[in-house]
Design a protein around this ligand. Structure first.
Ligand code: HEM
Length: 286
């Protein structure tokens, strides 16, 4: 993520492509190669299990291997490895960064932590594990995640897209070949739409019928349209359940007795935008 998030001179001077002046392609290939080795091991291990008919699993690897066995031309092992790379690459830092920002904002606003814990205690029971099905009965927890994605969308410019034909949009012509970057970070902080945009206030969603699922263009942390994040349902469930579990299992404070209002909230630039200084929080019994 660090490598591909670097500003690459090749994007501005395509003539440099072959030279790979900053070594970004070389380094990325080394990292991708390590992933592919790991996936090779997992695929071979599973194929061996299947040959010995040890057990029938129902995970994504099993489904795809079965599909590949039926249509080896349509999907081969390289496709499988590239797809897994996509999933890990797109699904890991995005989810963790959202959780880290959510916790940082909660630690900076103790009243929000209290309110979320009170909701969890009432709906789930203090200290009890949270099930995915509980989330629909935890509106305040959902507001916290929405507010986090508004003010700290992990993919601040979504993924670069390229226009494959001339497009007319309102009074603008976007010519074929244009690289389009959508600044959702800025949109989420636009004072024309958001009241007190820089204030972290989950309650704003109580009266706003807005969702993050690509229908409301003021809030599209997962993108929109045909290329919207396919991992969105999984990501939302994971973040909500992880955050809820952390809040319902422990109380939290900042390390070294940092006062909430003094917590550093600087962002680190890159493909994904985490906290510049990683959050360090200390759990203690409820
Ligand atoms: C909070 C967590 C996540 C956020 C904020 C997020 C955000 C995004 C965004 C903004 C895009 C680009 C959409 C566009 O250009 O319109 C994207 C694409 C993608 N995401 Fe996610 N994502 C998250 C989690 C996940 C997870 C958990 C997975 C899978 C396990 C995943 C898989 C993908 C894939 C495969 C793409 C590429 C889709 C394509 O290009 O057609 N994402 N995501």
């Amino acid at each position: 993520m660090h490598e591909v998030g670097k500003i690459n001179l090749v994007d501005f001077f395509p003539i440099l492509e072959k030279i790979d002046l900053q070594g970004i392609r070389r380094q990325s290939n080394i990292h991708f190669g390590k992933f592919f080795e790991l996936f090779d091991g997992l695929i071979n291990e599973r194929l061996e299990e299947k040959r010995r008919r040890c057990s029938e699993k129902s995970d994504i690897l099993e489904v795809i291997l079965n599909h590949s066995a039926e249509n080896p031309k349509a999907i081969d092992h390289n496709h499988i490895k590239s797809m897994f790379l996509d999933l890990i690459f797109a699904g890991t830092d995005t989810t963790i960064t959202t959780l880290e920002w959510a916790m940082a904002e909660i630690l900076r606003h103790p009243e929000i932590m209290n309110k979320a814990q009170a909701e969890l205690a009432e709906v789930v029971g203090k200290g009890k594990p949270i099930e995915e099905a509980d989330v629909s009965r935890l509106p305040y927890l959902q507001y916290i995640v929405k507010e986090t994605l508004r003010i700290h969308p992990p993919a601040t410019l979504l993924i670069p897209r390229q226009v494959d034909q001339d497009v007319e949009l309102y009074d603008y012509i976007i010519p074929k070949g244009t690289l389009v970057l959508v600044n959702v970070w800025e949109i989420g902080r636009d004072p024309m739409f958001w009241k007190d945009p820089l204030v972290f206030r989950p309650e704003r969603f109580q009266s706003l019928e807005l969702d993050v699922r690509g229908k409301d263009f003021e809030l599209t942390p997962f993108g929109a349209g045909r290329r919207i994040c396919p991992g969105m349902p999984l990501a939302l469930r994971m973040v909500q359940v992880m955050l809820g579990s952390m809040l319902n299992s422990f109380n939290w404070k900042l390390e070294a007795d940092i006062e909430p209002q003094d917590l550093d909230m600087e962002e680190k630039s890159g493909f994904i935008t985490p906290k510049a200084i990683p959050l360090r929080a200390i759990p203690y019994p409820l």
